[in-house]
Design a protein around this ligand. Structure first.
Ligand code: 5RP
Ligand code: MG
Length: 218
């Protein structure tokens, strides 16, 4: 039996006030808070600082999906209080290495965002750089075009996890999806809309935890 996945709240609001309102309400019910890509682009890197001030105890992710200037952007994210920062899988190894060096200096971690084309050989190179985490991602647009979770997705997740990658999973995830991933060692389920846009966000967070506790007992 693998350890229990954590629940990550992705804040993808276009307004910082709205994101902070959601964080204020939901932070006691989630394990990890994410300043989402949409929020960071809309409100700037100060979104990370504002979330750090309001949620001092939570692991905080800056989901910047960095593609270049790894050291500069990592310095921004970690200086504002992030613990983890995302780099897109298509970024050059040099970008990953420079982001990783800054992360290590701040006792932080880099997460590789898995979109589109990449290989298990690439993943081996990320591990060689000292990067341990990745996020398996079904993009919003892919989801909207009808893409569902497939056996191939699950097999790739398993292969990554067998290599020693700590894997989080995201992309329109709801509590009803979680049984699909019962055989995967999941670091965190990352949910945005299913929490922030729920009629009752706290009840939605409880449903996630209850599904996690049912599936990953012990
Ligand atoms: C999109 C993201 C989102 O933060 C992530 O997909 C979670 O949001 P949702 O649960 O609404 O899909 O990084 O690129
Ligand atoms: Mg995100």
């Amino acid at each position: 039996m693998t350890s229990k996945p954590r629940l990550q709240l992705a804040l993808d609001h276009t307004s910082l006030d709205a994101a902070l309102h959601t964080a204020e309400r939901l932070h006691p019910y989630v394990d990890i808070i994410e300043a989402g890509t949409i929020l960071c682009i809309s409100a700037g890197i100060q979104a990370v600082r504002a979330l750090r001030e309001r949620c001092p105890q939570h692991t905080l992710v800056a989901d910047l999906k960095v593609a270049d200037a790894g050291a500069t952007l990592a310095e921004q994210a970690f200086a504002q209080g992030a613990n983890w920062m995302t780099v897109i899988c298509a970024a050059p190894l040099a970008t990953m290495a420079s982001a990783q060096a800054v992360a290590a200096r701040h006792q932080g971690e880099i997460q590789i965002e898995l979109f589109g084309r990449w290989t298990l050989e690439d993943a081996k190179r990320w591990l060689d750089l000292g990067i341990r985490q990745a996020i398996y991602h079904r993009g919003r647009d892919a989801q909207a075009s009808g893409q569902t979770w497939s056996k191939q997705d699950l097999d790739i997740m398993k292969a990554l996890s067998d290599m020693g990658i700590e894997l989080s999973i995201t992309g329109g995830i709801t509590p009803a999806d979680l049984p699909l991933f019962k055989d995967i060692a999941v670091t965190a389920f990352i949910a945005g809309r299913a929490l922030a846009e729920a009629a009752d966000p706290i009840a939605a967070a409880r449903q996630f935890h209850s599904a996690i506790n049912d599936i990953w007992r012990g």
